[in-house]
Design a binder for this molecule. Sequence first.
Ligand SMILES: Nc1nc2c(ncn2[C@@H]2O[C@H](COP(=O)(O)OP(=O)(O)OP(=O)(O)O)[C@@H](O)[C@H]2O)c(=O)[nH]1
Ligand SMILES: [Mg+2]
Length: 335
Amino acid sequence: MFGLFKKKLQKLVDNLSGKVEEKVEKPEEKIPEEIVAEKPQKTSLFKKIAEKVKKSVIEKTLTSEEVTEVLNDFENDLIEADVAVEVAEKIKLDLINALVGKTIKRGKLKETVDDSLRKSLLEILSVPKINLEEILAKKKPATLLFLGFNGAGKTTSLAKLAKFLMNGGHSCVFAAADTFRAASIEQLEEHAGRIGVQVIKHRYGADPAAVIYDAIEYAKAHGIDFVLADSAGRAHTNVNLMDQMKKIIRVDKPDLKILVIDSLTGNDAILQARMFNEVGVDAVIFTKVDVNEKGGAILSVTHELKKPILFIGLGQEYENVEQFNAENFVQNILS
Ligand SMILES: Nc1nc2c(ncn2[C@@H]2O[C@H](COP(=O)(O)OP(=O)(O)OP(=O)(O)O)[C@@H](O)[C@H]2O)c(=O)[nH]1
Ligand SMILES: [Mg+2]
């Protein structure tokens, strides 16, 4: 996970180490000759001086000129790892503040860089949290609507979340509100059959708002906690599908609109986030994090939406899902 991000980080530290070491003279060259000559009797003095010299050359105050090129390079690397330009810029400025004019010990360079990055990334990821139990306590059934681009992982994530909620003692019903894509209803039914959940469905081409409405009614009648509503994948160009989404939100008033984003999407993720935010997004699920080398989309989308990441998908099995933890995410990138 996040291999590319880690590689770029190592490159940054290596390049900065070069700056710290650049003007370093070897400690031996600074040791006075007479001390070296008298080495047998003066071991402790030799040691002391050697240490002093060593100390003086492994500390360095970095200037803006020395780090600018390296940090610009790192900024480009971040953009290559799907970090949005303004987010990459923030990370770079934080690094400049942490490094320029500061006395850096060579051995402590990685620590200094890591500390600055940890702080920047946690700042970017610090958004209000969402608690499904609290949502349910306010309104039962609670309706969770899954939206996103084609193939993002909406239906799989919905099934994973149902399993997670059921493991926590909750009951769920599915609304087959993707009435658009061929075989979508059968796909949802297959998941439902495996997990043991009822599916409320209409025929293909039916109004998805009506399907969700019926599912909510079913949940009310059967005392079910959560309605999990699937929806058709849509793209910028699907004006009709976006209008349909607005109708779902108007008619069914979902309690949580969960945007599912394929973490491999790259820079397009931010465009998707903006597009769906036109109808309103309350939380995000990132999928395919198990095969993601970059990690940047997670930072960029969170920075853009300022909405919490509810879960991350880590594979195709139901149990391959984790509640997102910003500290763990950052630790994973920096380790
Ligand atoms: N490796 C991996 N694969 C995933 C993950 N989540 C979903 N997938 C796979 O991604 C593919 C698409 O998943 P779906 O859940 O069908 O996506 P969707 O958004 O519902 O697709 P449409 O309904 O066609 O828009 C499937 O092959 C899933 O198994 C994940 O976290 N990791
Ligand atoms: Mg689907």
